[in-house]
Ligand binder design. Structure first.
Ligand code: ZN
Ligand code: FE
Length: 259
């Protein structure tokens, strides 16, 4: 069992820190900023052993250079398909990642969509999915395509329902607002919104989320459901015979009218 903790960065990023329970060696995922990571390591008396990166955006990579300078020689894992300075261990679909001093092994998944070369790390019942899937939402399409993103999310949806999803942003309440535009009658959604709001009021993160809950409340994982298809068709003013078309309409609907 791994100990996984969020390090808050910028206004709404999470940098995930992994270690064995009580372990002294840590790895971080998507360090967009070095300062909160260095402070956390110092406070907890930890040594940084590895950096994992999911995609090239600055809010996920901006701290790599300084962390490497402070911890020379540690491996930096990241997508082979994106140009990211500092990466020493380029990864592709199916590669395995073992981290020194941390008892877990991760399998690399290509999850294009948010960016064309985005990867995720799957292992120990957890998926580190960067900006691909968010709690109750998903990433915007920047470098990849809507078709890619839909396929990546479908793949995530097929994982065991107790998989913990470690995304990189605290967007949950905002995403739940849009989810209720799509499915105003989904009772799970209103329940979830109350739970997550209480969590935020206590100052707690709403992530990781669990796949089972996402399948019940995340419109981007629910494009095969009749309710979601009907809402998308109403919005688009035409019939949408495939899940892919429903997905594209829901994603663009949110982009253009919600945020
Ligand atoms: Zn991003
Ligand atoms: Fe991001």
């Amino acid at each position: 069992m791994l100990d996984i903790a969020p390090i808050a960065a910028f206004s709404d990023n999470y940098i995930w820190l992994l270690r064995n329970p009580g372990g002294r060696i840590a790895a971080v995922v998507d360090p967009g900023d070095e300062a909160p990571v260095l402070a956390y390591l110092a406070r907890e008396g930890l040594q940084l052993g590895a950096i994992l990166v999911t995609h090239h955006h600055a809010d996920h990579t901006g701290g790599v250079h300084e962390l490497l300078a402070a911890h020379p020689g540690i491996p930096v894992f990241g997508p082979a398909g994106e140009r990211i300075p500092g990466i020493s261990r380029p990864l592709r679909e199916g590669d395995r990642v073992r981290l020194e001093g941390i008892d877990a092994e991760f399998t690399v998944w290509d999850v294009p969509g948010h960016t064309a070369g985005h990867i995720a790390y799957y292992g120990a019942g957890a998926l580190f999915c960067g900006d691909t899937l968010f709690a109750a939402g998903c990433g915007r399409v920047f470098g990849g395509t809507l078709r890619d993103l839909h396929a990546s999310l479908q793949r995530i949806a097929a994982l065991p329902t107790d998989t913990l999803l470690f995304c990189a942003h605290e967007y949950t309440l905002d995403n739940l607002g849009f989810a209720q535009w799509v499915e105003p009658d989904n009772r799970e959604l209103s329940r979830r919104e109350a739970d997550e709001r209480a969590r935020r009021d206590r100052g707690e993160p709403t992530v990781p989320s669990v796949l089972g809950l996402e399948l019940a409340t995340n419109p981007f994982l629910r494009v095969g459901r009749e309710e979601v298809r009907r809402a998308a068709e109403r919005h688009a003013g035409r019939s949408l015979p495939t899940d892919q078309e429903v997905f594209a309409v829901v994603r663009t609907w949110k982009d253009r009218e919600y945020d």
